[in-house]
Every structure is written in C-alpha cells, then in structure tokens.
Design a protein around this ligand. Structure first.
Ligand SMILES: Cc1ncc(COP(=O)(O)O)c(C=O)c1O
Length: 422
C-alpha cells in the first residue's frame, strides 16, 4: 500500500504535531516571534523604497530627501561616463554573463577590470566577486580550516565574522583597534596557522585600523594579514588606492586585500587582490566564487570606467575632505556627540536605540535622510546616526545638515570623542 505523506497540523502555539505525536516548533512562526520582539525593543529594520535618485537627493513617496546615508563617497554612482559605459556594455554583451566564471561567464571585460584593480592597489593579481560579502566569505572559507586561528577586530564587518564561522577556524576577537590585544590572541595559539583580519576603515565608526602595527605584528608572528578596505578604496591613499596604500603597506605586509566596487566606485561587486598563489587558490577553493554567476560584463566595463575616474579625479577627494572638515568643525562648535573619525563616515553617538531612531525620524520629517544604526549592527548602548558625506554633496548641504542637527538638542559629546584633529 502506498504511504500517504504526513501533513503536519499547526497548533495555536506554533507547534506542528509530527508523525509520532512529538511537538515540533514551527520555524516561520518562531521567526515571526523574533521579529515581534525586535519591534517591541525599537530594533525593527524597515525597508524603504526609493523612487528615484538624483545625486544625494532621493525621491521617496511624495517627498524629496537629502541623503547622508549612502556610500557613494566620490559621487560616481550616476556619473554620465559610467552610465554610458554600462549601456554600451549591455548593447555589446547583453545583460547577463550567463554562467559562473569557471564555466563561460569570465569575459575579457572582467579580466581587464581585474588587471586595473591589481595595478591600482599594487598587487600581483586581483579576482572579482559578485559582492563584498561573498568575497569575504570566499577568502576566509578558502584559506582557513579547522584547527587554524582567525583573529579579528571586534568591530569588523559582519561578513568577516561570518566567513570565520564558515571556515571552522577558531575565532578570537580583540577589542577595537587594540594591536596589543591582537598580539595576545595570536600568542594564545602560537602553533596554529593564523589569519588576522581587519576592516581598513570601520564601516560604522569611520576610523582607520592601526594597519602598520597590525602588519608588524603579523610579520613577527608569521600570521597572514587581511584588510577589508570597502570604505577606504577610492577615498584614502595616493590616487585613492585605499587605507593600505595610505599606510604605505605593500603586498608582502598585507597579502590579502579585499575591497568593494559598490561604495566609492559607485557600482557593485568586489575584488580580492594579492599574490598569484592566493588568487589561484581562491579560483580553486572559494565556493562563493565558484558556485555563482559572474557579474554582468557591462558592469565590469562601468567599474573600469569608475576605477579610472577614481584615480584621476583628485578633486573629488579634495572636495570630500573639505566637506568632512566643514562638517566636523561645525559639529564641534555645536558640541555634537561626534565620533573620532576623519573619513567620509561621521557617526553621531547617541547611545540608546530609541534616541537614535527618534533623531532619524525627526530629521526625516525635516527633509534629511540619515540612518539610525542600532544593535545588533553596533554593540548595545552604542546606537548612532551614521552620517556619510560624498563629493556629490555641496557646502550648502552640509550647512543644512548642521543647522537641522542643532535643532535636535542632542546630548553633548563625551570628551574623548571630540578631541581629535579636524
Ligand atoms: C567593511 C565592509 N565589508 C564588506 C561589505 C560588503 O560589501 P557588499 O555590499 O559589496 O556586499 C561592506 C558593506 O556592505 C562593508 O561595510
């Protein structure tokens, strides 16, 4: 006799009764409970649909908001040359790459972009990934294995932490930017193969990692240093080569460099740059590289255009840093609780999630879009407004932001957070 498939019956409490009568939790209902908990604690994330972007201006519903929350640091996302390159690429190559790099998705345009990225960052080779998230998962999963040690800054981006978990290596996190603590963690397992991974510019804090100290430590300890320069590339360093370039560190000191194409370059995607042996190994073993469709070749053409503009247009960095200085000067005069950051990411530390959310909502009512960053993205009690500046902004935009922030009567800056040079 053919067996009938068992259809579980859902109880009111979200439990289904299994074949042997055991009560099994319903996964979707459990998720709904967690979502409701987030809502109660002011931590719910909400999706916003933007109708149209026009530089830093966003059309949302019936209103127009001046945005200070994107990562288009050089103002390239809508550059006519990028738009034309994307359109030309689509006309010539179609939209999709049709397969993974290792099947037939790897095109001349990808290879040319990889060469340009390697040359820009002073590395032997580069390898494209579809996103920065996948690049970090790919590197960590490919180079580390069970029994290895992965030492990371506590404030590293989520995908570096997730990559370490995926790799099966022992993960040890050191207090933010504390190279001495990183040294202790490396020493705690001296015999293990070790990778030390850090953001170059921290995504929620905007400060730069102590890269030279970490490089010296890794050299001493025979550990491999990996830097995620998602927020440094294009912004810092000679010709925008990034935080690693600014620290004067070559491939020997930072053998694994990851950066994204979706922030200062205004496109989407990411790359890993380093020695040929690293790149060859990633092609063999990085599962998020192997088992996914290659980025559209038209996007690679647009990204190459962005790389050339980012290197050549020094004025974009000059303008961005003039706006950062203007904002920091104004914020210091107003006594705003500004974090010690000299990058395009300028957090205002508000503490509670409720305070950060209320401030963001008030600003939005006054025409400004800023993101309230709350736990779990940042530690509990460290909620903030993450303000980002761009070469697409004008001085008048920064002044409007300062004027509006003044009306919020935010709590004053803790002493340590304001005394960095502007
Ligand atoms: C430091 C850092 N690394 C990696 C990523 C992920 O990059 P992507 O958005 O390309 O996935 C981000 C941002 O999203 C980031 O801030």
């Amino acid at each position: 006799m053919q067996k009938r498939p068992h259809t579980p019956t859902l109880s009111l409490a979200g439990f289904a009764t299994g074949r042997n009568g055991a009560r099994r939790p319903d996964l979707i209902e459990r998720l709904a409970v967690h979502t409701a908990e987030r809502e109660q604690t002011q931590l719910l994330r909400r999706l916003r649909t933007v109708d149209r972007a026009d530089g830093p201006w966003l059309d949302v519903g019936n209103g127009r908001l001046l945005s200070f929350c994107g990562n288009d640091y050089l103002g390239l996302a809508q550059h006519p040359q990028l738009v034309a390159a994307l359109a030309r690429g689509a006309r010539e190559q179609g939209v999709g790459s049709t397969s993974a790099h290792l099947i037939c998705g790897h095109r001349t345009e990808h290879a040319e972009l990889e060469e340009a990225l390697a040359a820009w960052t002073g590395r032997e080779r580069a390898l494209l990934f579809s996103t920065g998230y996948m690049a970090n998962l790919g590197v960590l999963q490919a180079v580390l294995t069970r029994g290895d040690l992965c030492v990371q800054d506590k404030l590293n981006h989520a995908c570096l932490l997730d990559g370490a978990t995926l790799s099966g290596a022992e993960l040890k996190r050191y207090p933010h930017a504390d190279a001495a603590a990183a040294a202790r963690q490396l020493a705690s397992n001296a015999g293990a193969a070790a990778l030390l991974a850090t953001d170059g510019v921290f995504s929620m804090d905007g400060d730069v990692a102590p890269l030279r100290d970490l490089a010296n430590l890794c050299t001493r300890e025979h550990a491999t240093l990996m830097v995620d320069d998602a927020h440094g590339l294009g912004v810092l360093g000679p010709r925008g080569a990034g935080s690693v370039g600014e620290a004067g560190l070559g491939q020997a000191e930072v053998p694994v460099l990851m950066a994204t194409l979706g922030k200062a370059l205004g496109c989407m995607g990411a790359f890993v740059a380093g020695p040929a042996a690293l790149i060859e190994g990633l092609i063999q073993f990085a599962r998020p590289y192997i088992y996914t469709t290659a980025m559209p070749p038209a996007l690679a053409i647009a990204a190459l255009e962005a790389v050339q503009l980012a290197q050549a247009d020094e004025w974009r960095r000059d303008k961005l840093f003039a706006l950062i200085a203007r904002f920091r000067r104004g914020a210091a005069e107003l006594g705003l609780p500004l974090a010690a950051s000299t990058s395009a990411i300028q957090p205002l530390l508000l503490g509670s999630a409720t305070a950060a959310l209320a401030a963001a909502q008030t600003l939005e009512r006054r025409g400004l879009l800023l993101s309230a960053i709350r736990p779990p993205t940042v530690p509990s009690g460290q909620a903030r407004l993450r303000i980002t500046l761009s070469a697409a902004h004008e001085e008048a935009h920064v002044d409007r932001l300062l004027d509006t922030l003044e009306t919020l009567h935010l709590p004053p800056a803790p002493r340590a957070a304001t005394d960095d040079p502007v």
